[in-house]
Design a protein around this ligand. Structure first.
Ligand SMILES: O=C(O)c1ccccc1NCC(=O)[C@H](O)[C@H](O)COP(=O)(O)O
Length: 227
C-alpha cells in the first residue's frame, strides 16, 4: 500500500527501525516522523534520515513539524527528503502556503477540534493545504499540541459538507477506529498513542490490529456507499 491509497492510514510518531518495520509490514500508507522537540516521539534529523531510508518507496514519509519557519522546513526537507510535510502548530493559511512553496512538498495541515466552532476555520485552508487532518484539540496545559490519545465527538463532523475531504485523528485505537470511521466518514485515519504501550513506545501488535481494523471498516463503508 502507498500514500496514494484511496483510504490512507497513517501511523505517526515512529522512532525505531523495528516499529517502523511493523508499520510497513502491516501496510500503513503513511508514517510520521515527529520533529517537535517536546514530544516523546521526537526524532533527530539524523535518526530520521535512517528511518526514511528504510521506508522510502514502501510508504509515504511524513515530516511533522510545529510552527516552523519556511526556511527551517525547507532545510529539514532537504536533509530528510519526506513525501509530505505535516504542520501541527498554529500555522495560518499564508504560512501553510509559504512552507509548501519553500519545501516543494504537499502539506497536511492539522486542525484541533473540540466543538462545532472549531470547524469554522477549516474552509480558510481549502485549496491551500493538500490534506486537512482533523485532530482532537490538546488539553489546555499540554506541553505539545498533538498525540494525547483523546478522542473528540466525531458526530460534530456531520456538519461538514459531505464533499469535504479530511483525515481523522485523536484518540483512535484498534478497538474504536471502525466506529470512528462509521460515524465521521473520513477519507483516512491517523494514530499515535492508540498503537503504543507507553508514550512514545510503539507496539507492533497494536499497529497491525489498527491497520487491519481501519482497512476493514473503510472497505465496509465503501461497499455500503455503492449498494
Ligand atoms: O504525537 C506527538 O507527540 C505530537 C507532538 C506534537 C505535535 C503533534 C503530535 N502528534 C500529531 C499526530 O499526528 C498524532 O497522530 C495525532 O495528534 C493523534 O494522536 P493520538 O491521539 O495520540 O493518536
Amino acid at each position: 500500500m502507498t500514500h496514494g491509497d484511496a483510504f490512507p492510514i497513517k501511523i505517526c510518531g515512529l522512532s525505531t527501525p523495528e516499529t517502523l518495520d511493523a508499520a510497513l509490514v502491516a501496510g500503513a500508507s503513511m508514517i510520521g516522523l515527529n520533529f517537535h522537540p517536546k514530544s516523546p516521539r521526537y526524532v533527530t534529523p539524523q535518526r530520521a534520515v535512517e528511518l526514511a531510508a528504510q521506508a522510502r518507496g514502501r510508504t509515504g514519509i511524513v515530516a511533522l513539524v510545529v510552527d516552523y519557519a519556511p526556511e527551517q522546513a525547507a532545510e529539514l526537507a532537504r536533509i530528510v527528503r519526506p513525501d509530505w510535510m505535516q504542520l501541527h502548530g498554529k500555522e495560518t493559511p499564508e504560512q501553510v502556503a509559504a512552507i509548501k512553496a519553500a519545501t516543494g512538498l504537499p502539506v497536511m495541515k492539522a486542525l484541533g477540534v473540540a466543538s462545532a466552532a472549531d470547524l469554522d476555520p477549516v474552509a480558510r485552508y481549502h485549496g491551500i493545504a493538500d490534506r486537512i487532518l482533523l485532530d482532537a484539540k490538546p488539553p489546555k496545559d499540554a506541553a505539545y499540541p498533538g498525540g494525547h490519545g483523546r478522542p473528540f465527538d466525531w458526530r460534530l463532523l456531520s456538519r461538514l459538507d459531505p464533499a469535504f475531504r479530511f483525515m481523522l485523528s485523536g484518540g483512535l485505537d484498534p478497538a474504536n477506529v471502525a466506529e470512528a470511521i462509521r460515524i465521521a466518514r473520513p477519507d483516512g485515519v491517523d494514530v499515535s498513542s492508540g498503537v503504543e504501550s507507553a508514550p512514545g513506545v510503539k507496539d507492533a501488535g497494536k499497529i497491525a490490529e489498527f491497520v487491519r481494523a481501519a482497512r476493514s471498516a473503510a472497505a465496509q463503508l465503501k461497499k455500503a456507499g455503492q449498494a
